[in-house]
Design a binder for this molecule. Structure first.
Ligand SMILES: [Cu+2]
Length: 740
C-alpha cells in the first residue's frame, strides 16, 4: 500500500468541514463525508443541500463550551528548583554514518520516504554569501510518549469558588479537603521530555536533526487522553530559522511534497537541516534564540500543549566590526554579554548564567468537568467516549481543542515546572524568555514583596481570578530589565524596561544585574525577587488588564521566585542604551514608494462560525493554493508568491472585533515600518517599543494595522504564515505563500 492509498479512506475532519462550508455537494462521494453525514444529520447540523451555511453559527454556539476545570491548588509553591536544560550532545559521526540511511545531500536522502532532497547542502552556499559551510553536526531527536511532573508539591483540590472539593484516585472519589500528590501527565515530548532538548547552535556550524516519530510506542502504557495528534503524525518547525521548505516543518509543504500528509507518521523520520546561516549571508540578519515546536496542521496547539517544545539558542562567533560584536557565550569576548562557556569534547557547549525561561500555562483535570468539544463528533479520540467526564484523568493536563475564546491555563509553569525557584549568584545574567503557551500573553515585572505569595483563594478571589493561583499583594517593582534581543536576535541598541509583554511564540532576551536594585542599593544573599505577571488575561481573546490597557493593581502573580545567592566572578559588561549590539539590515531609502503595491492580509473572526471561523482575507487555510492580497492602493491583488531574492512590504491588519493576534510569518525576519498609519522606523509606537527590532511575529492589538518590510532570499518553495494563538491557527487562521 502506498503512502497515499494508506490514508485515502479517511478525509481529514477539518478538510471535511471546510469543504462542507464551501459546498459539500462537490465532494459528496468522499468516504469521510459519508461517514460523518449521518451523525451530523441526526443532530440537525446539516442543511438539505449539505452546506452548513446558516446553521453553522447555531451549531458552533451549541457545541462551544467555556467550562474549564479549576486546577488543584499547588500547596507549596516555589519549592521546586527551576530546571535548566543542558546542551544536547550531537551524534558522533561514526554512529550516524552506520545508520541504515545516514544523512546526506543525495537525491531522496532527506526523509525515510526517499522523495525529498535537501535544497541547499552547506558546501553549496556560495562564497559571496558566506559559504561554503562544513557538513552539519547531527542530532537525533525521537518524538516519544512519556510522562511529566508539573510539581512535587502536595495539591489541594479546589472548585471555581476556591473551596476544597472532591478529587479522584484511579477514578474513585476522594473526600474534599484531602491533600494529594499530582499524577504524572502524559506528554508527547522531544526525546520524551518537556521542555525538550536544548541545542546550543552556532552560526557557521550547520546542524541537522533527525526527527523520528515514535509515537506508536508506549512502553509505560500511558493514557494518551483526548488531545495531541490523533494520527499520530509529527512535524517540527524550528521557529523561525532561515530554512529551506523541506526542513521547515510547514504543513503546506508537507502535504504537497515530503510525506504528502499533515506530517510524518509513526516509524518515519525526516532530516531537518538547519544551516545556521543568516538570510542573504548578511551578518545583520543573524538571530539569537530559536525554539522548535510541533506544526501538524489542525493539531499544533494540542501537540505543543502536550509537550512538543524544544530550545535552540544560537551563538555567533564572528567579529562584526562596526556591525556589532561577537556573541559566543563568553563574557570575556565581543559584546561581553553574561555567559561562561564550557566546551565539551563531543562538540557541544554549555553556557552558565545564560538561562532560557519557557512560559507555559496548563490546566489540570478536576474529574468533574465534562470533556465536550466540537471535535467529539469527529471520532478522533474514540477511546475517550466524549462527551463525558474523566475522573480517571484527575490531576492530569486538560485541553480543549476549540474554545470560543482560546485556551488559557490557570497554573503558570516555567521550564515545565509550576512555580519554580531559581537561585542566582550575585552577578549579571542573560535571561531568554519564550512564550510557549497556546494563547496566553504575559507582562513581566521584577518585584519584591515583604509578605510573600498568598493564594488567590485565601484572598477571596474566585473563577477566572484564580488563574495563576498566587498573588503578591504588597509587591513593588525592584529591578529593571535591559532588553538585548527580540525574536529577530540582538537589538541595534539595548532598551531599558520596567516591564515587557511576551506574546505567544515570541522571544525576548534581557540582562539582569542581580547585585543591585533599581535604586542602586545592593542585594544581599537570601533576598527574594519575584518575576511577576501583571497582565490579566482570563481567556484567549485578549487581556482585560495590563500596563498599556488599565492595570489591575491587585493582579500581581508571581511566576518565578529568584533567590539571591553567593557572590560570583562576573566579567560581563552591562550594555548601556548607546552600546551597539547588532546593526539593523538596510531598509531602502525609497521604501515608502513600495507602499501602494503592498500585499495586504487581514486576519479576522468570520461570521460563519464553527471550525471555519478564523480567516485571513476572508478565507480559511487552503494548503493547495497561495493566498491573494486584498486590493491594495495601486488597485492590484497580487498573489503571495514573491520572487526569490526580492523584498516587499506586507500589511497585516487585524480585522477587529476585540481580538488580538500574534501573526507569525515563516522564513525571513521582518521589520515593522508602519503601525496604524504612522512611520515607526525612527520612533517606535509607544505601545510596541521593540518595533525597532527584527521580528518573526507581529503583535497586533485590536484593529491594528501593521506594515512590515521583508525579504525572500536563498530558498524557493512553499511556506506559511499564521496566527500563533494556536487555537486560531488550528482553526484555519493560516495562509500559504511561496517563494518562486
Ligand atoms: Cu489569532
Amino acid at each position: 500500500m502506498t503512502e497515499e492509498s494508506a490514508h485515502s479512506g479517511a478525509i481529514r475532519r477539518r478538510t471535511f468541514l471546510r469543504i462542507g462550508a464551501a459546498g459539500a455537494a462537490a465532494v459528496g462521494l468522499e468516504a469521510g463525508f459519508s461517514l460523518l453525514t449521518p451523525a451530523l444529520a441526526e443532530r440537525g447540523l446539516l442543511s438539505p443541500d449539505g452546506v452548513f451555511g446558516a446553521v453553522a453559527q447555531a451549531w458552533a454556539d451549541a457545541i462551544y463550551t467555556e467550562v474549564f476545570p479549576t486546577s488543584p491548588l499547588v500547596l507549596s509553591p516555589f519549592t521546586d528548583e527551576l530546571p535548566v536544560p543542558k546542551a544536547m550532545a550531537p551524534t558522533p559521526q561514526n554512529v550516524y554514518s552506520s545508520w541504515a540511511k545516514p544523512p546526506g545531500p543525495g537525491t531522496g536522502q532527506q526523509s525515510s520516504l526517499g522523495n525529498e532532497t535537501h535544497q541547499l547542502w552547506p558546501d553549496k552556499i556560495p562564497a559571496s554569501l558566506g559559504g561554503p559551510l562544513p557538513d552539519p553536526l547531527v542530532y537525533k531527536i525521537d518524538v516519544q510518549v512519556a510522562a511529566h511532573r508539573f510539581t512535587t508539591s502536595k495539591v489541594l483540590p479546589i472548585n471555581a469558588k476556591g473551596q476544597p472539593t472532591v478529587s479522584f484516585d484511579a477514578g474513585k472519589p476522594v473526600a474534599a479537603g484531602t491533600q494529594r500528590d499530582l499524577p504524572l501527565s502524559t506528554i508527547y515530548g522531544f526525546n520524551g521530555t518537556f521542555p525538550g532538548p536544548r541545542i546550543n547552535a552556532e552560526y557557521g556550524k550547520p546542524a541537522l536533526v533527525r526527527f523520528t516519530n515514535q509515537l506508536d510506542q508506549n512502553p509505560l502504557g500511558l493514557d494518551r487522553q483526548d488531545f495531541g495528534t490523533p494520527d499520530p503524525a509529527a512535524l517540527t518547525h524550528l521557529h523561525n530559522a532561515h530554512t529551506a521548505p523541506e526542513s521547515d516543518g510547514n504543513p503546506h509543504y508537507s502535504m504537497t511534497a515530503g510525506p504528502r500528509h499533515e506530517g510524518f507518521r509513526v516509524g518515519q523520520w525526516v532530516d531537518q537541516l538547519y544551516l545556521n546561516w543568516p538570510a542573504g549571508g548578511d551578518d545583520r540578519e543573524k538571530q539569537s534564540f530559536f525554539w522548535f515546536h510541533d506544526h501538524v496542521m489542525d493539531h499544533t496547539g494540542a501537540n505543543v500543549y502536550k509537550g512538543k517544545v524544544g530550545l535552540y539558542p544560537i551563538y555567533d562567533p564572528k567579529p562584526l566590526g562596526t556591525l556589532g560584536g561577537t556573541d559566543v557565550g563568553d563574557e570575556r569576548q565581543g559584546l561581553r554579554l553574561p555567559g561562561v562557556r564550557t566546551d565539551h569534547s563531543d562538540g557541544s557547549f554549555d553556557v552558565d548564567y545564560d538561562i532560557p525561561l519557557v512560559f507555559f500555562d496548563v490546566r489540570l483535570d478536576d474529574g468533574v468537568t465534562i470533556h465536550k468539544d466540537i471535535h467529539d463528533t469527529l471520532g478522533q479520540f474514540p477511546d475517550a467516549h466524549n462527551p463525558r467526564t474523566h475522573p480517571e484523568w484527575w490531576g492530569k493536563s486538560f485541553y480543549k481543542h476549540f474554545p470560543n475564546h482560546g485556551f488559557v491555563g490557570d497554573i503558570f509553569t516555567v521550564n515545565g515546572t509550576a512555580n519554580p525557584t531559581l537561585e542566582v549568584k550575585r552577578r549579571k545574567y542573560r535571561l531568554r524568555f519564550l512564550d510557549a503557551s497556546v494563547a496566553r500573553i504575559y507582562e513581566f515585572k521584577l518585584m519584591a514583596s515583604t509578605q510573600g505569595p498568598k493564594s488567590a483563594t485565601s484572598l477571596g478571589f474566585e473563577g477566572d481570578e484564580l488563574e495563576g493561583q498566587y498573588r503578591i499583594p504588597d509587591a513593588q517593582q525592584c529591578m529593571r530589565f535591559t532588553q538585548i534581543a527580540s525574536d529577530g536576535g540582538l537589538l541595534p541598541f539595548p532598551l531599558t524596561r520596567d516591564s515587557f509583554e511576551l506574546w505567544p511564540a515570541k522571544r525576548r532576551e534581557f540582562v539582569v544585574d542581580f547585585t543591585r536594585y533599581q535604586d542602586g542599593s545592593p542585594t544581599t544573599k537570601g533576598d527574594v525577587i519575584y518575576l511577576t505577571n501583571i497582565m490579566k488575561m482570563p481567556n484567549g481573546r485578549m487581556w482585560t488588564n495590563s500596563t498599556r490597557f488599565g492595570l489591575d493593581a491587585q493582579y500581581k502573580v508571581p511566576v518565578l521566585k529568584i533567590v539571591i545567592g553567593d557572590d560570583a566572578p562576573d566579567d560581563s559588561v552591562m550594555p548601556t542604551p548607546t552600546t551597539p549590539l547588532r546593526a539593523l539590515p538596510p531598509l531602502p531609502a525609497n521604501w515608502q514608494s513600495m507602499l501602494d503595491n503592498r500585499l495586504i492580509f487581514e486576519v479576522e473572526r468570520g461570521s460563519a462560525g464553527g471550525e471555519i471561523e478564523w480567516l485571513i482575507n476572508g478565507k480559511r487555510f487552503d494548503p493547495a493554493n497561495v493566498l491573494r492580497s486584498l486590493k491594495n492602493p495601486a488597485g492590484n491583488t497580487p498573489v503571495a508568491a514573491p520572487k526569490k531574492d526580492s523584498f516587499n512590504l506586507w500589511e497585516i491588519s487585524n480585522g477587529g472585533g476585540g481580538w488580538v493576534h500574534p501573526v507569525h510569518l515563516h522564513q525571513e525576519e521582518h521589520r515593522v515600518v508602519m503601525r496604524n498609519g504612522r512611520d515607526v522606523t525612527q520612533v517606535p509606537d509607544p505601545g510596541h517599543s521593540d518595533d525597532i527590532s527584527r521580528e518573526d511575529t507581529v503583535a497586533q492589538d485590536p484593529s491594528e494595522r501593521v506594515i512590515i518590510y521583508r525579504g525572500f532570499r536563498d530558498f524557493v518553495g512553499p511556506y506559511v504564515a499564521h496566527c500563533h494563538n494556536l487555537n486560531h491557527e488550528d482553526h484555519a487562521m493560516m495562509f500559504a505563500w511561496s517563494i518562486t
